[in-house]
Design a protein around this ligand. Sequence first.
Ligand code: SAM
Length: 313
Amino acid sequence: MNTINEIKKYWDKQAETLGTSPLATMPDLYLKELEIENIQKFLFDGAIVADIGCGNGFSTFQYALHNRITIIGIDYSEEMIKQAKKQLLNQNIDCQRNIEFCVGDITKLNLKPEYFDIVITNRCLINLTSLEDQVLAVNEIYKILRPNGLYLMCEDCQQELKNLNLLRYKVELPEIKMRWHNLYIDEEKLFNLTKCLFKRDQTINFSSFYYVASRIINGKIAAEQGETPKYDSDINRIARMISSDTNFGGYGPLKLFALVKIAERERERERERERGKIKSYKSAKSLQKFYYKKHFPNKVIYYQNNLKGGNLL
Ligand SMILES: C[S@@+](CC[C@H](N)C(=O)[O-])C[C@H]1O[C@@H](n2cnc3c(N)ncnc32)[C@H](O)[C@@H]1O
């Protein structure tokens, strides 16, 4: 069992070894470009943004340098934040004014409630060791977003990894396993447990084409030549160019979900509706009546005795 402490130590070490390089948090730089590019599509002028699990801030700087936003980068690794702050000193005054970094844990955020327009997590939730902690983190994000605020969840998902491995199996490549410090998102379970907090607005499979090209085609060619596949191969480079505008298939574990915070008032109304339903749903017949009344309020209702037939005439 990987403890949070071991995972945190791993990230501290990455920062110590690789400093401000983007490689500290992602070995595949074309994939990194793709995730940044896709997240940026949702940023808008004037937005107050939190980038949680920001690492050494490489992506945070990209967001801030190409958009008129105010952004705070947060990470539980003191070493990562040290690197981010070091890099901040090399930026111009304007940039320094709009960016801040601080140490913090996504499962216990100590930030102003309902303050942010946008919260980003880019491969941060996958470093938590259980579904419960991932749900806890989403709850923390809910608290700091303003009503109708946007949560950009860019995380690796279990189902797409399975799909990718099925393709690899077909071309006789070994399975890609999750890294020891990762727990990919179980999309169905996580969204089910947080559906009262966020409405899913968009799901972007931005990495699917890239994964097929890099992990299947490039991987297979390298294997046939007895080599280790290279992240900076020509196939990957071209796949990255094409991937900018492709959103197909389910073979890329890394996905971007655009989630809109459901305001507290709306949630309360939903709860009331649920309570109302529970009271009125005494039998299948009354359930049928409920729906019929809702859709055809002015009609007289006749029931068939046999509910299996289910027709309201
Ligand atoms: C894969 S890296 C991604 C970094 C950055 N978002 C990027 O796009 O390059 C994951 C980062 O999440 C941070 N992290 C992991 N668990 C965290 C937690 N509980 N709270 C805050 N940061 C966390 C790690 O320290 C690491 O810097």
